[in-house]
Design a protein around this ligand. Structure first.
Ligand SMILES: C[S@@+](CC[C@H](N)C(=O)[O-])C[C@H]1O[C@@H](n2cnc3c(N)ncnc32)[C@H](O)[C@@H]1O
Length: 377
């Protein structure tokens, strides 16, 4: 039978929520709607629904169980604007032919959902970040500096490591041999994994490298999976042809060895311990429209056009950070960028009322980052 699937994320379900959902489900005809709950949130599989009747059930559920979970479910179904009418019922069958899989959650467990992250060593207890580190920029080598931060104290790391192909950074030599480069990078990431909270996330922006045939995003992903983080997903950042101006074709008009060109970069995302992140609902600041648009994992965002103004050759744009922070963190969370450059992550975190910690090895970039925090641009 065909169903439309909707996902309501980021909920910690209480026993009352579960009871209210059961009451709602049992008050409706058997094949109209299925609701599954688990670590992935609330998943709704809807074929058809009498929305007015469902609303009256939501009111009853609220009175009986003191939770708005059913109202939220009904609202999510109501938000689907494409449906047919079948008497009083809205019919979603032709909208999306996705099939309901019975006992989906149990089956996922049995198949070995994120098997590579099983038996992880992470403690569940999180720690507060000492105030002396909060809302500051630090000029330091992250490998050394991060050792001062407590375990399990950062909610979200958003970063873009140095590219290592000779861009003109002003302080450190960005042309290391690859093996040494990854050794250094992974020892900084070791610290990142340690300081992340249980349920915290790290998002790494990486370019597919067309020189040297090094699939950096795969190597970085393998590293995090070996550390037993859960791969939460990958966002394709479409920069719209920005990098395609070069005219090196490889073997022009011959299959012998053409070069591939990339108009995009990746955001690789990993969770520590759990895919679900703790946070209060009132501290979520993403709108319904933003949520609907941004969960589609291809983001068309123009690259930063004013790198010269800030004096940095490899910045990412504020819009990219805004999306990531609103979709994956709550207001008041601690956001860290261990390669903070001229402070795009820290600026956006401040503007979005997150706490921030920015580290960069270049004193000049750190000054620029502080200046941006003062001027808020
Ligand atoms: C790709 S850039 C990040 C730019 C940043 N996203 C922005 O928008 O300004 C990488 C940064 O890593 C810094 N870096 C390189 N090695 C470092 C280290 N060991 N510790 C801290 N920062 C480092 C470089 O100075 C550079 O600014």
């Amino acid at each position: 039978m065909a169903y439309k699937k909707i996902l309501i994320n980021n909920r910690t379900l209480t026993e009352r929520d579960e009871k209210a959902i059961r009451f709602f489900r049992q008050s409706l005809p058997p094949n109209d709607i299925e609701i599954e709950t688990g670590e992935h949130g609330v998943e709704i599989f809807v074929r058809q629904l009498d929305v007015r009747y469902a609303q009256s059930l939501a009111v009853k559920a609220q009175q009986k169980y003191h939770t708005a979970i059913v109202a939220d479910i009904v609202q999510a179904v109501e938000a689907i604007k494409s449906y047919g009418l079948n008497g009083k019922k809205r019919n979603f069958v032709d909208y999306n032919k996705e099939r309901k899989v019975k006992n989906r959650y149990k089956k996922q467990q049995k198949r070995g959902q994120y098997f590579y992250a099983r038996n992880h060593p992470f403690q569940k207890e999180n720690n507060a970040m000492p105030p002396e580190f909060l809302d500051k920029i630090f000029c330091a080598d992250s490998e050394i500096f991060l050792t001062q931060l407590p375990d399990n104290s950062v909610d979200l790391i958003f970063t873009s490591p140095p590219y290592n192909f000779g861009l003109e950074y002003n302080q450190n030599d960005d042309d290391h041999r690859w093996e040494a480069y990854f050794q250094k990078l992974f020892s900084i990431f070791d610290e990142c994994v340690r300081v992340l909270k249980y349920g915290g996330r790290i998002i790494v922006n990486v370019q597919p490298l067309f020189s040297d045939y090094i699939p950096t995003h795969h190597l970085i992903s393998n590293y995090f999976m070996e550390k037993k983080l859960i791969w939460k997903g990958e966002i394709l950042w479409e920069k719209n042809n920005y990098n395609c101006k070069y005219t090196a074709w490889g073997s022009w008009k011959s299959p012998s060895s053409p070069y591939l060109k990339y108009t995009w970069e990746f955001l690789e995302m990993f969770s520590k311990g759990s895919l679900k992140k703790e946070g209060k609902k009132e501290n979520a600041d993403i709108t319904a429209d933003e949520f609907k648009e941004w969960v589609v994992a291809k983001w068309s965002v123009a690259p930063e056009r004013e790198m010269k103004k800030y004096g940095h050759p490899a910045m990412f744009p504020q819009k990219l950070v805004e999306r990531a922070l609103k979709l994956f963190s709550f207001r008041g969370d601690v956001v860290l960028d261990p390669f903070n450059g001229v402070g795009t992550t820290t600026l956006v975190a401040k503007n979005l009322e997150r706490h921030f910690i920015g580290i960069d090895i270049s004193a000049e970039y750190c000054q620029a980052a502080e200046e941006r925090l003062r001027r808020l641009v």
